[in-house]
Design a protein around this ligand. Structure first.
Ligand code: DO4
Ligand code: MG
Length: 285
């Protein structure tokens, strides 16, 4: 079942039917029994017509976040480790990435407050002081306040590779700025974990033409989701739950950098496609 945060409230899509739910977003998604609760709602509520559903979904879909923090895991796929080692060769930071890939403790970093998160069909930004920028397509977990994974969404961990590569201590500046994260288009709520064979695909289009395209499966991740969640929740409380991006599995070639106007499409089986256009923050142009 899929939950969409829309301007009118919350739209539940389940078994080819759609329902409008009155509940407030944060308390709804933080429930322990979310999948069972949504099932009950679908049985007790009158479905909206396909026409009304399409009207709501063609309108603005908001990112599926209320007041949660967004965190991210890093270097969880070989592709990511190799790319970071390459970009930080001259700064001498390459061995950091090699070590963290094999270490028991994962790399976890704070990514965004909800206000900095872009939704489906809106702009994400590149920094004007960065000459090498990429999107990072990441399966993103929603974990409730008790540490239980309740759902999945698509994340884009926008990153400056030039700032990150210059010095590993610049990581927060490479990763955290206005609209450097996107989530959406919906929250996939399941009572069983998402299939590891799920495909993650990314296409980057420039003037309508694909300039990058690749795909892989979630099964290539080095660590389990419960391991990542265990470290994240070991000394932090998240009263309304938390989103955790699980690391990038696709990295465009080193010659590639994003340009203003590029369109990034990230698709994950069972969830949908998150589309964002690359922009520059008008306040900081
Ligand atoms: O270590 C730097 C960031 C890694 C990251 O964001 C990723 O692997 O997805
Ligand atoms: Mg990342």
């Amino acid at each position: 079942m899929k939950l969409y945060k829309i301007t009118k409230g919350v739209l539940l899509e389940y078994n080819d039917s759609a329902y409008i739910i009155d509940d407030e977003w944060d308390s709804l998604i933080n429930r322990d029994d979310l999948a069972a609760y949504l099932q009950l709602i679908s049985e007790d509520t009158t479905a909206i017509s396909a026409e009304v559903k399409n009207e709501y979904l063609s309108d603005k879909i908001l990112p599926p976040i209320g007041s949660q923090e967004v965190w991210a895991a890093g270097v969880t796929y070989l592709k990511s480790r190799d790319a970071r080692m390459e970009e930080s060769e001259t700064s001498g930071g390459a061995s950091l990435y090699d070590k963290v890939y094999d270490a028991p403790r994962p790399e976890l970093f704070f990514k965004a407050i909800a206000q900095r998160v872009a939704g489906h069909n809106t702009e994400v930004y590149i920094r004007k002081d960065s000459e090498w920028n990429v999107p990072e397509p990441e399966l993103t977990l929603f974990i409730n306040s008790k540490g239980i994974i309740q759902g999945y969404t698509i994340g884009n961990d926008m990153s400056s590779r030039s700032i990150e590569g210059e010095n590993a201590l610049y990581l927060p500046q490479a990763k955290i700025y206005e609209k450097s994260a996107a989530l959406g288009p919906c929250l996939l709520v399941t009572s069983t974990p998402i299939a590891t064979e799920s495909v993650i695909k990314m296409i980057i289009k420039r003037k309508g033409e694909a300039v990058y395209e690749d795909a892989t499966t979630v099964s290539r991740i080095k660590r389990s989701f419960t391991e990542l969640v265990g470290y994240l929740y070991s000394e932090c409380d998240f009263p309304v739950g938390c989103f955790l991006m699980t690391g990038t599995c696709l990295v465009p070639p080193p010659t590639f950098t994003l340009q203003q106007g590029d369109v990034v499409e990230i698709t994950i089986d069972g969830i949908g496609t998150l589309v964002n256009t690359i922009g520059l923050n008008p306040k900081h142009k």
